[in-house]
Design a binder for this molecule. Structure first.
Ligand code: F6R
Length: 260
């Protein structure tokens, strides 16, 4: 894992945007894996700025989102489809038929999940997957005890995640219990992973992910098995890492040819 500690979320998000822009310029038909929630918002703002001001072109890329709430349709204000439309897709030139998000209203969920996995394979696999992390160490909505080899499927949210996400709903009781999420195995199949985490509330999960044992109790710890992972943090999110000094040293002395 490459741990990059930045002064603030804006700097971390610019690093992540530079990485994605370099990928898109090299491979215009790249397949991007996208996340929702509060964390990627500054990244999405930066991508929109690069599209408008620097001509970063998304017309040939394809996107797959990590997850969606079961029972929420595209028009529901808290659906991830709606979130993505508002915060990213409405401002970029991704063809609508290149955008894939699990369907929260799918009648046959296992068949829908299998088709989602198949669509990722047919698109050529995900080149770069953006990730946030839950306070309990989840990635996507793979809650603690998720199989580290899991594929896209139905999951039940923990009480903590439902409480954390209640801010996006009119009332806490409206947060669905179920989601469709890419599995940890699906995420690990991506060619590169970019995980962003900001704020002290993420510090414990970040330390467990980076420096703890690989365990289904901390789903993000599975990222230790992936060869190309960038973890972009602000100072508070990095505050519980024991080897902070080493990570800073690695980044400060990174050879030019390894930078993007
Ligand atoms: C979102 C997702 C989740 C979030 C995580 C952090 O698509 O898969 O894993 O990344 O719950 O959420 P925020 O960014 O709101 O703290």
């Amino acid at each position: 894992m490459e741990i990059i500690i930045t002064p603030d979320p804006a700097s971390a998000s610019k690093e992540a945007a530079r990485f994605l822009a370099a990928l898109l310029r090299k491979k215009p038909h790249a397949v991007l894996g996208l996340a929702t929630g509060g964390t990627p918002l500054p990244l999405y703002r930066e991508l929109i700025r690069m599209h408008r001001q620097e001509g970063l072109d998304f017309s040939r890329c394809t996107t797959f989102n990590l997850d969606e709430y079961v029972g929420l349709g595209a028009e529901h204000p808290a659906s991830y489809r709606r979130f993505m439309q508002e915060h990213l897709f409405a401002s970029l030139n991704i063809p609508p038929d290149h955008i894939r998000i699990p369907d929260g209203l799918a009648a046959d969920i296992p068949a829908h999940c299998a088709a989602y996995e198949q669509a990722i394979v047919e698109a050529g696999g995900i080149d770069a997957q953006i990730l946030g992390i839950g306070g309990d160490g989840h990635i996507g909505f793979n809650e603690p005890t998720s199989s580290l080899g899991s594929r896209t499927r139905l999951k039940t949210l923990t009480v903590r995640t439902r409480e954390d996400n209640a801010r996006f709903f009119a009332s806490p009781g409206e947060v669905p219990h179920h989601v469709i999420t890419m599995g940890i195995g699906t995420i690990l199949d991506a060619r590169s992973l970019v995980l962003l985490a900001f704020g002290a509330a993420k510090a414990e999960a970040v330390a467990a992910m980076v420096e703890g044992p690989i365990t289904a109790m901390v789903p993000a710890s599975a990222l230790q098995m992936h060869p190309v992972v960038k973890v972009l943090l602000d100072e508070p999110a990095a505050s519980k890492l024991k080897r902070r000094g080493y990570y800073r040293d690695v980044f400060a002395h990174k050879p030019e040819w390894q930078r993007w």
